[in-house]
Design a protein. Sequence first.
Length: 259
Amino acid sequence: MDKTYEGKTVLITGGAQGIGLGMAQAFAREGATVILADCDQKAGAEAVEKLKQEKLEVAFELCDVSLENQIVELFETVGRENKKLDVLINNAGTGFQKPVPLEELLASDFDRILNVNLRGPLLCTKYALPLLQKSNFPAVLNITSTRAFMSEPNTFGYSASKGGLEALTHSLAISLAEKRIRVNAIAPGWVETGPWEKESKRYEPKHSKADKEQHPAGRVGVPEDIAEAALFLCSEKACFITGQSLTIDGGMTVKMIYV
């Protein structure tokens, strides 16, 4: 049986852990050569070892997406080794800080979050363009968050960056349409990544009855939920979809809660 991504190259930023690693495994199982770009060397090594145990095609590149020079180097390396790029998934993200009241917020902390979560995807897409244009069916996928639409107190940088990434998605989709590059987003809700973290941070999830019941779907999300949608949105089956954002949260954000 043919695999959907046979012969295709997929790059996932923040791909060494969590949702990124879940997507990496899914794309590689569908035949893709997957490049994990991440700022955590140890997590990257562990991720490659895990996926290669399944005899999957995967490589790791060290990259901090808040630093433009490292992004440039990343795509120069990808170009030398792969010649083209079929899918770019801008998944790297950070909360960086504990929530603090506005009067205690440091501009440098706010800037750091935006540099990773918003500026990073913009620059990655910019420098990926020459490689994406060599693909017969290029796609970009941005991983945003339901925090783009709703917030907890004092999460200014994270909420603003994810909201900005939602807007950047439709801006890129319109701007890159003439280059035949589709751009979409997935906005995950609560996704449990414990088993998908590097060994030193891995844990077994424990969710209360209340945790599960706040989701109409009856459970907390897992990386596989996001990965399945990513496989579809980046495939030729989604050829008429661009500039869109798909919320995947088990229905959590549409449930009215009365206190």
